[in-house]
Design a protein around this ligand. Sequence first.
Ligand code: ATP
Length: 264
Amino acid sequence: MSVTLGTTTSAVAIDDVSVRFQSKRTEVTAIQQVSLDVAPGEFVSIVGPSGCGKSTLLKLVSGLLKPSSGSVTLLGEEVRGPRHDIGFVFQRAALLEWRSARRNILLQAEMRGMNPAEAGKRADELIEMTGLSGFENALPHELSGGMQQRVALCRALLHQPRVLLMDEPFGALDALTREQMNVELHRVWRETGTTVLLVTHSIAESVYLANRVIVLTQRPAVVKEVIDVDLPSERDYSETMARPAFSSVTAHIRDLLGAVTGHD
Ligand SMILES: Nc1ncnc2c1ncn2[C@@H]1O[C@H](COP(=O)(O)OP(=O)(O)OP(=O)(O)O)[C@@H](O)[C@H]1O
């Protein structure tokens, strides 16, 4: 597998990876011989039944977890421990309650020892890009759930990571806010050119946002199918939902997930 960056190579390369969790009494195989190449600038969604190993896959890419066999390569370098050159957004925004939105975003800069002036400029750009202008000085409890996730997104993008990992980032939001966040994330992705790996339980979200959707089977997760999403890169939400290509891809994924879980 070629992973040289600079030409047409992978931002993330997962090569024949298996993960087994061992305890004194049991051994659980979460992932079995999964391979996946993600090109620089690509947006890839990962869907699969609950507990199949989606979060485990992201942990492998971030270096929080080591594969039992196989290898993971990020930006041309094999992942051997926690990687700090990525961004990670989780389901919970996990903001510090006593810090304003802007100062929560700048936490990333403080932890990395970034130049404060540059970090401040970048934070202001991201605040504008994500529609948080006017709420920079608000405390987390004064922000809606969607706004809190926007702060978490800005924090994850502050150091301009080339790869952004997102684990069910909008799972706790109401349906309408989630749609708005999808539209904003898609725009931010196009503006930043960051490679994104998104784990989601929402089939519509997985298709609306991505270039490709990876469908995993029940545990132990293997790749059931990789689906290319043939939609324009600029995606108006309602117009995209109404496209026949959108309906057929989402129906196909629903069928695949029904087949692997035994539910329609
Ligand atoms: N540290 C661990 N030790 C033991 N088993 C683990 C560990 N982490 C995950 N597992 C098991 O591995 C499997 C996959 O977990 P993972 O969290 O990756 O699934 P998931 O697809 O993200 O789930 P969900 O969709 O419910 O969030 C599960 O059976 C889980 O119990």
